[in-house]
Design a protein around this ligand. Structure first.
Ligand code: PMP
Length: 453
């Protein structure tokens, strides 16, 4: 690592600091420039322009330092500008930045595939295709499952989110803002009820029976190529299914020749204190999708599946210009190597303990906190209207927006989630200290106090 890089990393103290209005004047100026050249369809949750970042802190152009509880939606899982990732990517940049794996291959791609084979659930021969984004991983998984099964149907669950490409728009639960006006959409996508214990009160077995009965009736198992499931739903609001739900669905898929695809794009790569969230549920999917946290911030995604399924695609049928780019692959190898030390997993468990304890205090004081849920560094609270926690659990998106806005003004970047926008989600990097978590929780407590709830 160069001296300059070292100095750059050290120049981001791990503390919250607000020195201007939010957004500050330089961000406002950049926002004006942006509005002239970037369409509003690409929106930003908080229009402060980030200049540098390290660990769990992002610094904007006006010198404000935010505690980042979103990590770019679960991407910088091992921390912003992680030294090993930066060093690996920098070295790779100097060696080779691109050849196109489908023209002349390179070792880094193969190594990432080996690491994914080793660390995804299941002790069987696996193959991996690397692509650029989560949505592209979903598209490829569906494509491969269709080729393998010679069937067309794609089953998804309520509250799912899978991306913004044409097929994935059709797979998402929420139309607005992801799909509104962007049709026609891909056909043969069937949406079944999920397991959402806080709302449906069903056991895993009951919820699975409901999902299966729905799909049997509305499509028929023999027409389904795959079932695509987020083991813990991300954009849907960190919905953790009831125990036994996922294995029961998988059993049904296996019996019916349906490929079970786990979309672990948000929940994978140590986010939940396991390599993949499937492990918490005793689930061994046929295909696992990874993206976000895999390369420490560089664009990379993987489709890893049983060899016999993955091998169904004909030579030339998979790939793309940038898929498995050497720099992104080198960064991913550095991420895997660090996670292999086991520290990241312990950190995820520590983060869960601190967050849940802090959020429980809020729940004890405010009846709008309907449920605290999640695993590892993937924790959320669902907010409901006052007085409805024991009855209708009516969504309280206004409170979520107010808390997010207050937190931003006070140097905490917090994300919302949920079909009804009434979930606060916490997905900090594993590098965050207890001190920063406590500091962020204190700001969130102030935000709740301001609600007058
Ligand atoms: N699946 C899940 C579970 C996701 O959380 C996301 C991104 N939020 C995607 C797919 C799409 O990934 P990308 O934005 O990289 O296309």
């Amino acid at each position: 690592m160069t001296d300059t890089l070292d100095a750059q990393l050290l120049s981001v103290p791990q503390e919250r600091k607000i020195v201007t209005a939010i957004p500050g004047p330089k961000s406002e100026e950049l926002q004006r420039r942006r509005l002239a050249v970037v369409p509003p369809g690409v929106s930003s949750a908080l229009p402060v322009y980030i200049q540098k970042a390290h660990g769990a802190i992002i610094v904007d152009v006006d010198g404000n330092q935010f505690i980042d509880l979103g990590a770019g939606i679960g991407v910088t899982t091992i921390g912003h500008t992680d030294a090993a990732v930066v060093a690996a990517a920098a070295e790779q940049l100097g060696d080779v930045t691109h050849t196109l794996f489908t023209i002349t291959p390179y070792e880094e791609y193969v190594r990432v595939a080996e690491l994914l084979a080793e660390h995804t659930p299941g002790d069987f021969a696996k193959r991996t295709v690397l692509v650029n984004s989560g949505a592209e991983a979903v598209e490829n998984a569906v494509k491969i499952a269709r080729k393998h099964t010679r069937r067309a149907g794609v089953a998804v669950l309520e509250h799912a989110y899978h991306g913004r490409t044409n097929l994935t728009m059709a797979m998402n639960f929420k139309a607005a803002p992801y799909a509104t006006g962007f049709g026609p959409f891909a056909g043969d996508v069937y949406r079944a009820p999920n397991s959402y214990p806080y709302h449906d009160g069903l056991s895993g077995a009951e919820a699975a029976a409901r999902t299966i009965a729905y799909l049997e009736k509305t499509v028929g198992a023999s027409d389904l190529a795959c079932l695509v499931v987020e083991p813990i739903q991300g954009e849907g609001g960190f919905v953790v299914p009831a125990e036994g739900y996922l294995p029961a669905l998988h059993e049904w898929c296996t019996a019916e020749g349906i490929v079970f695809i786990a979309d672990e794009i948000q929940s994978g790569m140590a986010r939940t204190g396991a390599w993949f969230a499937s492990e918490h549920f005793g689930l061994v999917p046929d295909v696992v999708l990874s993206a976000k946290g895999i390369a420490g911030g560089l664009p990379l995604a993987g489709v890893t599946g049983r060899a016999e399924i993955m091998d169904s695609a004909q030579p030339g049928g998979l790939g793309g210009t940038f898929g498995g780019n050497p720099v992104a692959a080198a960064a991913a190898i550095a991420v895997f190597e660090q996670l292999e030390t086991g520290e990241g997993f312990e950190s995820a468990q520590r983060i869960e303990r601190v967050l849940v304890e802090g959020l429980q205090k809020l729940a004890d004081r405010y009846d709008i906190v309907g449920e605290i849920r999640g695993i590892g560094a993937m924790v959320a609270i669902e907010l409901v209207q006052p007085g409805t926690a024991a009855t209708t659990k009516a969504p309280n998106a206004e409170a979520v927006s107010a808390v997010v806005a207050y937190a931003a003004q006070h140097g905490v970047l917090l994300l919302n989630a949920g079909t009804y926008g009434n979930v606060l989600r916490f997905l900090p990097s594993l590098a965050i200290s207890d001190e920063l978590l406590h500091d962020a929780l204190a700001v969130i407590e102030e935000a709740f106090a301001q609600l007058g709830a």
